[in-house]
Design a protein around this ligand. Structure first.
Ligand SMILES: Nc1ncnc2c1ncn2[C@@H]1O[C@H](COP(=O)(O)OP(=O)(O)OP(=O)(O)O)[C@@H](O)[C@H]1O
Ligand SMILES: Nc1nc2c(c(=O)[nH]1)N=C(CO)CN2
Length: 189
């Protein structure tokens, strides 16, 4: 006898999924190797294609001097993506790392080595995490003009959890290494 699914029984995953809050998240994307703009656009597209992720806005693109990178590193293109998502922070991190891999990111253990694509979780709602594999808010976000400036373009009144208004943080940072690339832009498809 074949079983007819009982419409009154909701499986645990569906229930959990339905009850998860929608969190507003800020992601920073960067590239200083290969087809930089294509990689950033690929990251936006991959995020938009992710179930339970809604890309709500994408910042202007900045050309930025490398910060803390090995001698001779090339400039980055950097931007910020705002998403709404019901996914957990851990699942979002897994997705971010998978998207980096899909765009040819290689990891040889060198800190801040040139990369085709970097996708960092800056904030996931008001979630705090201090795990080796997941720190939230991103521990270096408050000192990175290449993150705060494009984020500020989208949300001038935003506050970085535990650090304060991003406008105030930006005022204290050297922004001379940032150049707005108004000849380039990222699309939400
Ligand atoms: N908020 C976060 N966003 C992204 N990765 C994180 C975060 N917190 C911890 N990580 C961990 O950092 C690890 C290394 O990331 P990655 O090599 O991209 O660092 P990076 O981008 O070079 O440096 P930085 O972390 O200073 O931006 C990832 O495997 C991930 O587990
Ligand atoms: N300009 C710039 N410098 C960096 C960047 C980046 O995205 N842009 N990312 C780093 C590690 O994530 C280290 N240094």
């Amino acid at each position: 006898m074949t079983e007819t699914p009982n419409p009154h029984i909701i499986d645990a995953d569906t229930l959990t999924g339905e009850m998860r809050p929608i969190r507003r998240c800020v992601l920073a994307i960067g590239s200083n190797l290969g087809e930089r703009l294509a990689s950033l656009q690929g990251a936006v597209d991959a995020l938009a294609d992710t179930p339970d992720v809604w890309v709500t806005s994408v910042s202007p693109v900045y050309e930025t001097e490398p910060v803390g990178c090995p001698e001779g590193a090339d400039n980055f293109l950097n931007a910020v993506v705002l998403i709404d998502s019901t996914l957990s922070a851990a699942t979002l991190l897994d997705r971010a790392l998978a998207v980096e891999d899909a765009f040819g990111r290689e990891r040889d253990g060198t800190a801040n080595a040139p990369r085709t694509l970097d996708v960092d979780l800056i904030v996931v709602g008001d979630r705090r995490a201090n795990d080796e594999n997941l720190r939230l808010p991103h521990p270096r976000a408050g000192e990175r003009a290449f993150v705060l400036r494009p984020w500020h373009d989208l949300e001038p009144d935003a506050v970085l959890v535990d650090s304060g208004p991003i406008a105030d943080l930006l005022e204290g940072l050297d922004q001379s290494g940032l150049k707005l690339r108004d000849d380039l832009s990222l699309e939400i498809h």
